[in-house]
Design a binder for this molecule. Structure first.
Ligand SMILES: NC(=O)c1ccc[n+]([C@@H]2O[C@H](COP(=O)([O-])OP(=O)(O)OC[C@H]3O[C@@H](n4cnc5c(N)ncnc54)[C@H](O)[C@@H]3O)[C@@H](O)[C@H]2O)c1
Length: 359
């Protein structure tokens, strides 16, 4: 019997051919992983992080995270089908994701890059090794998109976006997908050329009127849904900027001061254990420093998706969604892209070995 092991290698272009930029598909994969999180059908250890200083150095010298996870779900196949979500995953994988803040300006490279490995559930040998950069950006957008679907007022018209680079683009794509009533997107980036590039690239695909604004305050004021996706090193958001009923998805770490969370009626995270373990999200720092009480943390998004806890309960609530990013989202979305690639015959088969040595 042959002991040869091969895996499918997907470079970024292959991932895109296999539907990597299909936000509707990614939203289903991401909602699936929220659902399975709510059902506790997952394993997700705290992320090991390599960084060369305290938490704030992630925005200066950078960091590397590795995010292993297992996603189950066979027993929820019927329920997933009823909800029109994708089928179960029942396997494990890991995303390795370095971030170097100077890459865009110094090398014209993205800040973050990622590699994802998925294993065969029976042998635990690798079945796919892929670029994870697109998967990672898309699932981060989709997490906010799913949160917006459940937590934004359904008649929301105006979105504000602060930070218009890689993550800003997927935030806008996904939040519009989650809240189709949005009509206008106000964009602010500290680098105006980045906002202008955003508008140029996204104007034909977002289905919203795109307006470049001159300050974060302008992006916030009057907005029903806000996303902050920056590399800000210190807080600039003011509590008085929030409209009643606003949803703020903060995926970056230092934009909103802990004090501003006092105005929120509810704070929702993706996984409170992960948020506390990493220790950089403002929701965690606000509780740690006694600025808000832990009661204000309503819970994890997966519990809202499953229906274990209610999400928005009135039109006027201000809600803050603050995800740290979960490996199970990467795995769920990577698995979707991998399955598509197999079906479409995309990618290259590479051997791990012809015959294993030392066996
Ligand atoms: N929570 C998650 O799951 C998750 C996942 C991926 C990325 N992120 C975070 O998203 C953020 C953005 O990532 P990216 O890949 O787009 O980074 P990037 O470096 O490509 O872009 C950051 C953008 O922020 C802008 N910016 C910096 N300071 C600003 C300020 N004070 N006001 C307005 N704009 C400002 C920059 O000009 C730049 O365009 C990072 O903090 C990253 O860690 C979070």
């Amino acid at each position: 019997m042959s002991s040869k092991v091969e895996f499918l290698y997907l470079q970024q272009e292959d991932c895109i051919k296999a539907g990597g930029l299909d936000m509707a598909g990614c939203m289903k994969a991401t909602e699936r992983s929220f659902f399975l999180h709510g059902k506790k059908a997952f394993i997700q250890p705290g992320k090991p992080v390599i960084r060369w200083g305290g938490p704030e150095t992630e925005e200066t010298t950078g960091r590397i995270m590795s995010m292993p996870s297992y996603l189950g779900g066979q027993e929820y196949e019927e329920e997933l089908k009823e909800r029109d979500l994708l089928g179960p995953v029942n396997t494990s994988g890991i995303k390795w994701i370095p971030s170097k803040p100077h890459n865009p300006s110094k090398y014209n490279l993205p800040r973050a890059n990622a590699v994802i490995t998925i294993v065969d559930p029976d042998t635990l040998m690798p079945v796919c090794i892929m670029d994870g950069t697109v998967v990672s950006a898309m699932r981060t957008g989709a997490a906010s998109g799913v949160a917006a679907k459940y937590l934004a007022n359904p008649d929301s018209k105006v979105m504000g976006l602060v930070g218009a680079s890689v993550q800003g683009k997927t935030q806008a794509m996904a939040i519009k997908a989650g809240v189709p009533s949005l009509e206008v997107l106000k964009v602010f980036d500290i680098n105006r050329a980045t906002s202008e590039k955003f508008v140029e690239e996204m104007k034909d695909q977002l289905g919203m009127e795109l307006v470049v604004v001159d300050s974060a305050e302008e992006a916030f004021r009057g907005s029903d849904v806000i996303s902050t996706a920056t590399m800000a090193k210190e807080p600039y958001v003011k509590a008085e900027w929030y409209k009643e009923g606003a949803l703020h998805c903060e995926i970056s770490f230092w934009d909103t001061p802990a004090e501003a969370l006092k105005i929120m009626d509810k704070v929702v995270v993706d996984d409170w254990y992960q948020v506390s373990h990493h220790g950089v999200d403002v929701s965690y720092r606000a509780v740690r420093d006694g600025v808000i009480s832990e009661d204000k943390i309503l819970g994890n998004m997966g519990d809202i998706v499953v229906g274990n806890i209610p999400g928005r309960q009135s039109k006027s609530e201000r809600i803050f969604f603050n995800p740290i990013g979960m490996g199970i989202h990467d795995l769920s979305e990577a698995f979707r892209v991998y399955e598509n690639a197999k079906e479409m015959g995309i990618g290259r088969k590479l051997p791990l070995w012809e015959n294993p040595a030392l066996v």
